[in-house]
Ligand binder design. Structure first.
Ligand code: DAK
Length: 265
């Protein structure tokens, strides 16, 4: 894989692997990529870099190594926190995950192994998930005597429904990649060694589409899901109208009428 540019941090790697395609790797394989305060901070910095790059089109997120995406919030780190520090840690993660969810570009999780607790919450903050066959998803916080703290109780419920979310949250059991796909949490499952290639192919396909249309579409899906249908459809009409003000709309329609591929700006 050739790289256009890369930024090295202590706990993550941020690479621009193709024009417009960023790959963020959580890089703490010795602790199965568990999230501590520094990792959250570095991910925040990485998002700031991506936001200022107007050519950014897609962000992929994976874990380093072959065993884990992210095995949760760092339990060693959390074991020393006071209740006030615990609240601050949860707020830090919540803010970061919400930033990911509302980023202007699609964010895709490549779940290459364990996605437990904060790892499952991170994956669920992405727009969708591709998983390897060895992936395992779960919210095992009940085993530690705590509740999910990075939005897991809310996003899991929205994604798999209340009854299944309750079962997973109160038992702490893990789901295989296949079960997660059946339950609507995962879009596709691939052999581990093929996961990144599939992620990159998908990212290239997205990067070739209209960036402005994708940005507006993400807003529609993200903001629309918490609205009633009437107001959501009004928002869709508004953003549909707004899309007619873009150069991409002029180019996309002209290309269709001239029977050629569009060249989006
Ligand atoms: N944190 C820290 N270290 C971890 C870790 C984690 N979450 N998961 C694994 N490790 C470390 C292990 O301690 C071990 O370190 P060494 O002993 O080698 O030094 C190394 O990674 C390899 O792990 P194992 O030896 O355990 O590997 P196995 O293959 O045997 O087992 C496993 C893999 C994923 C099943 C197991 O490691 C495991 O159960 N890990 C913990 C999974 C877990 O419970 N995750 C959820 C964490 S709770 C909140 C904010 C956030 C959250 C909650 C509240 N507020 C502040 C309110 C979120 C909570 C969570 O995410």
């Amino acid at each position: 894989m050739s790289t256009v540019s890369s930024e090295t941090f202590s706990n993550i790697l941020l690479e621009q692997v193709r024009e417009g395609v960023y790959l963020l790797t959580i890089n703490r394989p010795k602790v199965l990529n568990a999230l501590n305060e520094e990792t959250l901070e570095e991910m925040n910095q990485a998002l700031s870099i991506i936001i200022t790059d107007k050519s950014a089109r897609v962000l992929l997120i994976k874990g380093a190594g072959e065993k884990a995406f992210v095995a949760g919030a760092d339990i060693e780190h959390m074991s020393h926190l006071s209740p006030i520090e615990g609240k601050a840690f949860a707020e830090h993660g919540m803010h970061l995950f919400r930033r990911l969810e509302t980023l202007d570009i699609p964010v895709v999780a490549l779940v290459n192994g364990y996605a437990l607790g904060g790892g499952c919450e991170l994956a669920m903050s992405c727009d969708f998930i591709l998983a390897s066959e060895n992936a395992k998803f779960g919210q095992p916080e009940v085993n530690l005597g705590i509740t999910p703290g990075f939005g897991g109780s809310q996003r899991l419920t929205r994604l798999v429904g209340r009854a299944m979310a309750m079962e997973l949250l109160v038992t702490g059991r893990s789901m295989s990649a296949d079960e997660a796909m059946r339950r609507g949490l995962v879009n596709h499952v691939y052999p581990l060694e093929e996961l990144l290639d599939h992620g990159l192919k998908l990212a290239s396909m997205i990067a070739g589409k209209s960036g402005s249309a994708i940005q507006l579409t993400k807003q529609l899906v993200q903001r629309g899901q918490d609205l009633d249908l009437d107001n959501a459809c009004i928002m869709e009409s508004d953003l549909f109208g707004l899309s007619f003000s873009t150069d991409d709309r002029t180019e996309g329609m002209a290309a269709f009428l001239e029977n050629r591929a569009p060249n989006f700006s």
